[in-house]
Each structure stands twice: as structure tokens, then as C-alpha cells.
Design a protein around this ligand. Structure first.
Ligand code: MLT
Length: 392
């Protein structure tokens, strides 16, 4: 028996596990410390009332013989797929129900999709980037090339025509930088992908934070994207489902490589390896798209965006370079006084008892930068900002 030795090429620990370990060690040594966590992008507001009502109702259904449900469709229940279809229609994007696959979140699908793609594909990943894109490809032994995000390109790298990619990752609004591609910029990526017959894996997990109507919230708002892109989205950040788990992946019927539809391959993969998201959770997810549910989740998003504004205004006042936080829950800042990302992490943890995420954890281009999340409690965020300003 041989192990998958590609795993040995991974960093010792996943970024957010490393951070959690560091916090635990600090807390054990400093038990009275009052730590404020603006690190991992985890939500803090509870599920909205419409979702809770739907979860209760569905739970009661599971208690009765006549309404009990066993295995559901691997692709998700039609009631939820249709809500998502309508949600896209409201964004001006027409989808068929069978292009929408319900899952337990974008992170799983972004990793699982690699099952249907050949290991020899050349992968192009922007740097800095959500570390799961890199790690899942390392696990599969795939060759990864990076494209640099930096202050000069506002952390929105654009295609290099002299390079031919097979698989391209794009996350917009971006994790970790909060940068959002415009229609024109995404169009350049779509044209590039179609020219090199590459596949774009588009992560739209933060689309609900885009308030600027001129910015795209789905790759499928771009002409030509149905021929080259899969979109991954999730209710984690949209509706506070980080612990409830529900997301969806859109695989257009036009998407074909070697004469084979990726929609069929993905369907085949899901039917073999996945037994669907629990019925109760899908009912909760359905409620997100109801009139009341949607108003309620948008109030929560407004709350987080207000947190982002508080962080943005404070950094602005202090003259600390930063981006994001307007159409995104993440603020990406330059570490003060030439500190490295981990130095600044340690500095804030020990001097201010505030946790953020070191930019270097998102790739080498993230070195010297730092990410703060707006998903915290309002009063605690304001307190954290005070402490950061005092110690920066
Ligand atoms: C993050 O902090 O980058 C995210 O919360 C991680 C995730 O969505 O898995």
C-alpha cells in the first residue's frame, strides 16, 4: 500500500488551523487576555427568523411518517434549485434547473471538482489566494503556476496572453483582498479562457456583498462564460450558513471539453460520491430566497458592511494603505512599519489581543499584508479597531 505522497508536499497545517493553534497557545499562557477575533471569515449573527422557521417546520415534517424524507436527489431538491434559478434570473442570468447542483458548501465542491479534471492540466492561481485552491491541487499532484496580485494592479491580476493555462481560479469579490473585478476585466478573463480552451473555476461566495450595481456578481453575467466557466457559491457568508452548510455549483450545459459535457461528468461524480444535503437544511436554504428571508439576510449583510466601513474609516484616518471592505467583508491592509505578515499577527495578538489573518498565509504576494474580517460583532469590531490604531 502506498499513500498519496502529494500530501507530503503540503504545508504542515492549513492556514486557519495554524492560526487557531497560535491563539490557543497564547490564551493558555495569558488566560485573562480578552481576545477579539477578526481572523477567519466566520459569521457571528444568528440565522435569520425566516430560515429558523423553515428549519423548525422541516424538522417537524421529519417526525411524521407521511412527511418523513429519506435519501433526497443527489443534485438537490427541485424546490431549492428553482429558488436559485430565480435568484440568478433576478441578476439577469438565465439558468436551467439541471445546471444547478446543491452541495454542503463551496469549499467542498471547489476541491471535489478536481475529480473530473485530468491531473496533467496546468493550473493558474492568482496570488494571494484562498489557500484551499492551492492545497487541493497539491493533493492531486497538479502543476500550479501563479499570477501576481499587487498594489500596482489593485490585486486584480489580468491574463498573460503569452501563457497557456488549462484551469484558472478566480474569486470575486476576492478572498483575501476584497478586490472586485469589473465586467470588462472579467470579460478579458473569459475571452482568454475561451482562446486557450481553459476552464475558469469562479468562486462567487462573497457576491451578496456587492452593493455597486455596476459590478458583476456572477461570471455568467459575462458573454462567453457559459462556454468556459463553472461557478461555486455558498450560503455561508450570504446567509450565515458557515455551521449549517449549504452551497451550490452551476455547471452550464454548453461547457464541453473533448466533446464531453462537464455537467454530465459532475452529475456522475455527485451521484457516486455524494448523497445530497439534508432535507431540513435545504428547506432552511430555500427560506433564504423568500421575500422575508432575503430582506432579513440583507439586513445582516448591511450590519457586516457597516463593520467593514468602521475598519475602513479608521485605517483611512491613520493613513494605512488598504483595499476591500466596500463590496466585500474583507479588508486587506499593508502591515505598518515594514513588519512581515506574521510579525504583525504576533504584534497585534500580544499587544492588542486582536486576531487577523497574515497575508503571507494566502501566498508569497501576501507577504507584508494583513486581512481583517468584518464578520465580527459591532461593538467588538469597534473595540478591535481602537486597539489596532493604538498599536500600529
Ligand atoms: C476565510 O476566512 O478565508 C474563510 O472563512 C474560509 C472559508 O470560507 O473556508
Amino acid at each position: 500500500m502506498k499513500i498519496n505522497s502529494n500530501f507530503l508536499d503540503l504545508k504542515d497545517s492549513y492556514l486557519f488551523s495554524t492560526i487557531a493553534k497560535k491563539i490557543k497557545a497564547y490564551q493558555e499562557q495569558n488566560p485573562s487576555s480578552d481576545i477579539i477575533r477578526l481572523g477567519i471569515g466566520d459569521v457571528t449573527l444568528p440565522l435569520v427568523p425566516a430560515v429558523i422557521d423553515a428549519l423548525h417546520k422541516a424538522t417537524d415534517e421529519m417526525a411524521q411518517k407521511q412527511s418523513f424524507r429519506g435519501y433526497g436527489p443527489e443534485q438537490g431538491y427541485d424546490f431549492l434549485r428553482d429558488e436559485i434559478k430565480d435568484y440568478y434570473a433576478r441578476k439577469g442570468v438565465a439558468l436551467d434547473r439541471d445546471e444547478i447542483f446543491i452541495s454542503d458548501g463551496a469549499k467542498s465542491d471547489l476541491g471535489n471538482v478536481l475529480d473530473i479534471l485530468h491531473p496533467d492540466n496546468k493550473v493558474l492561481i492568482p496570488d494571494p489566494v484562498y489557500p484551499a485552491y492551492v492545497d487541493t491541487n497539491v493533493m492531486a499532484g497538479r502543476k500550479i503556476d501563479t499570477i501576481e496580485g499587487n498594489q500596482a494592479n489593485s490585486f486584480k491580476p489580468m491574463p498573460d496572453e503569452s501563457y497557456k493555462a488549462d484551469i484558472i481560479y478566480i474569486c470575486s469579490p476576492n478572498n483575501p483582498t476584497g478586490a472586485v473585478y469589473t465586467h470588462e476585466e472579467l470579460k478579458a478573463w473569459v475571452d482568454y479562457a475561451n482562446k486557450c480552451k481553459a476552464l475558469i473555476l469562479f468562486d462567487s461566495a462573497y457576491e451578496a456583498f456587492v452593493g455597486d450595481k455596476s459590478l458583476p456578481r456572477s461570471i455568467f453575467e459575462i458573454d462567453g462564460a457559459r462556454e468556459c466557466a463553472i461557478e461555486f457559491c455558498s450560503l455561508s457568508k450570504t446567509a450565515g450558513f458557515t455551521g449549517t452548510r449549504c452551497g451550490y455549483t452551476v455547471v452550464p450545459q454548453e461547457l464541453q471539453f473533448d466533446g464531453v459535457k462537464l455537467n454530465s461528468l459532475w452529475n456522475r461524480r455527485q451521484c457516486t460520491k455524494f448523497n445530497g444535503v439534508p432535507y431540513v437544511i435545504q428547506r432552511g436554504a430555500q427560506a433564504v430566497f423568500s421575500k422575508d428571508g432575503f430582506e432579513q439576510i440583507m439586513q445582516n449583510i448591511a450590519y457586516y458592511k457597516e463593520n467593514a466601513l468602521i475598519i475602513h474609516e479608521a485605517l483611512e484616518k491613520k493613513g494605512i494603505w488598504h483595499i476591500g471592505g466596500i463590496n466585500s467583508p474583507y479588508i486587506w491592509l499593508k502591515c505598518p512599519d515594514g513588519m512581515t505578515s506574521w510579525e504583525y499577527f504576533d504584534h497585534l495578538l500580544t499587544k492588542a489581543n486582536v486576531v487577523g489573518t497574515p497575508g503571507a498565509g494566502f501566498g508569497k504576494m501576501g507577504e507584508g499584508y494583513f486581512r481583517l474580517t468584518a464578520f465580527g460583532d459591532r461593538a467588538r469590531t469597534a473595540e478591535a479597531v481602537e486597539r489596532i490604531l493604538k498599536n500600529s
